[in-house]
Design a protein around this ligand. Structure first.
Ligand code: ARG
Length: 461
């Protein structure tokens, strides 16, 4: 028989079609442990308010402990007739504590304040777990950077050769946004750390229950300020979903580069066999599936966020059943990141870079032209003129199919008297890199310091 939480004013049970629509245990059952923790805390707060005798509290705690064990072992499971995690656990409690005692636990709480609290508890835990997995990716990037401290590569803008940079600098440029994603979850936690429990359906409790006491029991910093806000807002969930989507975007950006780098045309990286896949028809194939799945799953992570935002838009206060739709998007994000991040960290950790090829390409495409212009500026030439002269050098080289450093002293002097042989100091990748020594630049000395700071930041988080 269907156990309903609202028998009194209804003549019959819900239609099967409604029950099927309403059902949420297939996704909210993962909150069962948190629901029981909430019930334990609620029982103690009921006792504190004089609504449970010491004996009743002991009986309730014992029954909940048995229920917790049965849930953990799988002996107790939701049945098709249980609408949601709360309904299922209510049935489990009534079975174990008896209807008389078990029926007292519902006093002063609603599934509205329960679910709002459980989601926060669960997301706070998951934010820590997922952050840890993301930091493993960051560590892999930092380790690769540390292993390639001096290796140059072509730095690009618009995908065109722009200026030489260190491979380590480029890899760290992917690590910092991921560190910020972890920081976002840390900052977010301060807002998630307030408990809606005690808000009831929307208006707060009349039974002398202390929301601060239950907040403390459940590891929150305190209760929310407003029972309507606590039960009806989900911006905390949406903010979590944004960080998860942003994480997906940050992963997909380097994923796209790995896909390109692994092409025959680029040949910058070789994927380890353990993090690449073959083809069922083409024997030679070695495919970057981890990177492609990361790129693909970023779309899914973004979709979860936008779906949730669309659900929240225009919802009047207070609780509306639409809010049940808040969970699947973030649960999907968590599940997605939980499988993706370890594979991604493994892929990054096992990449082999062809540093010889990257170094060879670094100065090509006239990527030292900016160095020529800036050298001229240091010689006192106005940048507008310097830019023109460097451009003239490029034009000359392009016409003749040579590189900037192939121009003879006489040819340089022919373009401008300012272009003396001393210019050759910056016509090398090493010279160019070393000159970019301002804070945050790609000079090896700066990148070495940056590496230390990235490591320190990752260790702090
Ligand atoms: N399952 C609901 C949710 O996830 C909580 C139950 C609230 N239901 C209600 N009729 N007030 O949001």
């Amino acid at each position: 028989p269907r156990v309903s939480l609202w028998g009194g004013r209804f003549a019959g049970g819900p239609a099967d079609a409604l029950a099927a629509l309403s059902l949420s245990t297939h996704f909210d059952w993962r909150l069962a442990g948190h629901d029981i923790a909430g019930s334990m805390a609620h029982a103690r707060v009921l006792h504190g308010a004089g609504l449970l005798t010491p004996d009743e509290l002991a009986g309730m705690e014992a029954a909940l402990a048995v229920l917790r064990a049965d849930v953990a072992s799988g002996a107790f499971r939701p049945e098709p007739a249980d609408e949601d995690v709360h309904t299922a656990l209510e049935r489990g409690l009534l079975d174990r504590a008896g209807v008389e005692l078990g029926g007292k636990l519902r006093a002063g709480r609603s599934r509205n304040d329960q679910i709002a609290t459980l989601v926060r508890m669960y997301l706070r835990e998951q934010a820590r777990t997922v952050s840890g997995l993301l930091l493993d990716v960051v560590d892999a990037l930092i380790d690769q950077a540390a292993a390639h401290r001096e290796a140059p590569m072509p730095g690009r803008t618009h995908m065109q050769h722009a200026q030489p940079v260190l491979l380590a600098h480029h890899l760290l440029a992917h690590a910092w946004p991921m560190l910020r994603d972890v920081e976002r979850w840390v900052d977010w936690d301060a807002r998630a750390a307030l408990s809606p429990y005690g808000g009831g359906a929307l208006a707060g409790s009349s039974l002398g229950l202390d929301p601060a006491a239950i907040a403390a029991e459940l590891g929150f910093d305190g209760p929310v300020e407003n029972s309507i806000d606590g039960t009806a807002s989900r911006d905390v969930v949406a903010e979590f979903a944004f960080v998860a989507a942003m994480t997906g975007i940050d992963l997909s950006r380097i994923a796209e580069e790995v896909v390109i780098w692994a092409t025959r045309e680029f040949g910058f990286v070789r994927l380890d066999d353990s993090y690449s896949t073959g083809s069922s028809i083409m024997p030679q194939k070695k495919n970057p599936d981890v990177a492609e799945l990361a790129r693909g799953k970023a779309g899914r992570l973004i979709g979860d966020l936008t779906g949730l935002l669309a659900t929240l838009k225009g919802l009047p206060l207070a609780y509306n059943r639409d809010l049940q739709e808040d969970k699947e998007p973030v649960f999907d994000q968590i599940d997605t990141l939980t499988v993706l991040l370890p594979a991604f960290a493994g892929m990054v950790a096992t990449l082999t870079f062809d540093t010889g090829r990257m170094a060879e390409l670094a100065p090509q495409g006239f990527s030292l032209a900016t160095d020529v212009a800036e050298w001229l500026v240091r010689e006192g030439v106005p940048f507008r003129v310097a830019h023109e002269l460097a451009g003239a050098c490029v034009r000359e080289c392009e016409e003749r199919g040579i590189e900037l450093w192939d121009l003879t002293d006489a040819e340089l002097a022919g373009i401008s008297a300012h272009l003396t042989p001393a210019l050759r100091a910056v016509l090398t990748v090493e010279g160019s890199l070393a000159s970019r020594s301002a804070y945050g630049g790609t000079a090896p000395v700066r990148v070495a310091e940056q590496l230390g700071r990235a490591r320190a930041r990752a260790a702090e988080l």
